[in-house]
Design a protein around this ligand. Structure first.
Ligand SMILES: *Cc1c(COP(=O)(O)O)cnc(C)c1O
Length: 486
């Protein structure tokens, strides 16, 4: 058969809104009309036009690899991306339909629990989650339930549960947060103070492996040892939950002898983000329990309407299966050897950057310098009386496209301002050098500017952000957070 070019009929033209579909997006009527923003449009548009219009809008987003604020993975190998794309249509909750996917979750739970030294003679269990936030909530629910059961059995009131911690990384349900406040001398949870705060209503102590402020590891072993003594004296059974969102995939490879995990008697549950140093794109985390006796059965729900009896523990029902699948890819692709090489490189680059920053004599390093923390560099300006601050640096360096967050420390030491560079897999030595150069240009520029001009710039920047949030979000009362540190 021979195809000849032909004129597009009027009818066909009409179907595409008066345009022939050989027209480029930018020659079509959609290019000159406002695109549907806040209400559902009455008419359709061709897929390639919708695609291009949205793609063009998204060009205004920052470049993920230049975002030094986030711990969340911005690079994965092609094979991983391919696996994700191939599995996008699968709903993870349909266990009956996707038994092979469920098997991969089970393998991940096994691999990660063993990485965290789950004892062989106890039946560790775990689930995949959307991220650490969901995993922490599940772990807190389990601790709360166990505490409540014990209190009720003892005929004691069970209406005032509390959780002891240094910094809140998430929200908890109807559990009082008892804070051990950080001090200028220590940016992590003080084990003595934490255990002192424990009372009969304490459902657990949450210890963080890798502070989001400075990357330091909290001393899980010290908390464990002090708490063992207190539990013995009082007859309580207060457990430890470790929030290893970031540190869970770093410490086992960089500090394998550091006992922070299931090796410690009172560590009953751990959460870790697959999408941070678990090297997966966002949407995956893990909640793990040392034994199934620490996850009360009442919390597990069984569903049967999808074809078979299935047990699950989740805050949401449906979710994509691709993230679980790709976590398994990462685990078997890299293995202990690959993870160790990657994590050691990241630590090396963090150390290199910290050393370069220190050598300028302009910065003070607030993150760990001994290899016992996350691969990140938290730093502040050495000269506290200079006419600009960390927020001005963060603002100006955006002009070089880098996103570096400036933030204040936890409650009670909020006067301490700092900047933070998270070293992720794609932050190579070369990229680090380019960043350092831009940072020094920024400092040089701020040094030359006077206080008044900096103030004008600062106010203008804030004004622009507010205006943008109103017009883009459409809801005037929506608050727009510009300074996330996670
Ligand atoms: C990132 C982080 C969280 C939240 O984890 P998501 O996976 O983003 O939900 C919780 N705790 C700590 C310590 C973190 O670093």
């Amino acid at each position: 058969m021979v195809y000849l070019s032909r004129l597009v009929s009027d009818k066909e033209t009409e179907e595409y809104g008066g345009q022939s579909f050989s027209t480029s997006v930018y020659g079509s009527r959609w290019d000159i009309e406002p695109i549907p923003k806040y209400t559902l449009p009455d008419k359709e548009m061709p897929p390639h036009i919708a695609y291009k219009l949205i793609k063009d809008d998204l060009q205004l987003d920052g470049n993920p690899v230049l975002n030094l604020a986030t711990f969340v993975t911005t690079y994965m190998e092609d094979e991983a991306e391919k696996l994700m794309t191939e599995n996008l249509p699968k709903n993870f909750i349909d266990y009956e339909e996707y038994p092979a996917t469920v098997e991969l979750q089970n393998r991940c739970v096994n691999i990660i629990s063993r990485l965290f030294n789950a004892p062989n003679d106890e039946d560790a269990i775990g689930v995949s989650t959307i991220g650490s936030s969901e995993a922490i909530m599940l772990a807190v629910l389990a601790m709360k339930k166990l505490w409540k059961k014990r209190r009720v059995a003892e005929g004691k009131p069970a209406d005032k549960p509390n959780l002891v911690m240094a910094a809140s990384a998430t929200r908890y349900f109807e559990v009082e947060e008892k804070f051990v406040y950080l001090t200028e001398d220590s940016y992590v949870l003080n084990p003595e103070k934490a255990v002192e705060l424990v009372d009969e209503n304490t459902i657990g102590i949450c210890v963080i492996l890798g502070s989001t402020y400075t990357g330091h590891y909290e001393d899980v072993k010290a908390v464990n040892d002090l708490l063992l003594v207190k539990n013995k004296k009082t007859g309580w059974e207060v457990p430890i939950h470790v929030d290893a969102a970031s540190g869970g995939f770093v410490a086992p490879f960089v500090n394998p002898d550091l006992a922070w995990d299931f090796r410690l008697e009172l560590v009953r549950s751990i959460n870790v983000s697959g999408h941070k140093y678990g090297l997966c794109y966002p949407g995956i985390g893990w909640a793990l329990w040392k034994s199934k006796k620490y996850l009360p059965e009442e919390l597990i729900f069984t569903i049967n309407y999808l074809g078979s009896d299935q047990a699950s523990f989740t805050l949401n029902f449906s979710k994509g299966a691709a993230n679980v699948i790709v976590q398994y890819y990462v685990l078997i692709r890299f293995g202990r050897q690959g993870f160790t090489s990657i994590m050691r490189n990241l630590m090396g680059i963090a150390d290199y950057l910290a050393t370069r920053l220190e050598s300028t004599n302009k910065f003070e390093i607030l993150s760990d310098r001994n290899g016992n923390g996350l691969p990140l560099v938290a730093f502040s300006l050495k000269d506290k009386n200079i006419h600009y601050d960390e927020f001005d640096v963060a603002h100006r360096i955006r002009e070089h496209q880098w996103i570096v967050p400036a933030y204040t420390m936890a409650p009670h030491i909020q006067h301490i301002k700092l900047l933070r560079v998270v070293v992720r897999e794609d932050f190579s030595r070369e990229r680090c050098d380019l960043f350092f150069m831009d940072l020094m240009h920024t400092i040089d520029y701020l040094d030359k500017m006077d206080k008044d001009s900096i103030n004008v710039k600062r106010t203008a920047a804030q004004g622009w952000r507010t205006l943008k949030s109103i017009t883009l979000m459409g809801f005037k009362n929506q608050s727009h957070k510009t300074n996330g540190v996670c």
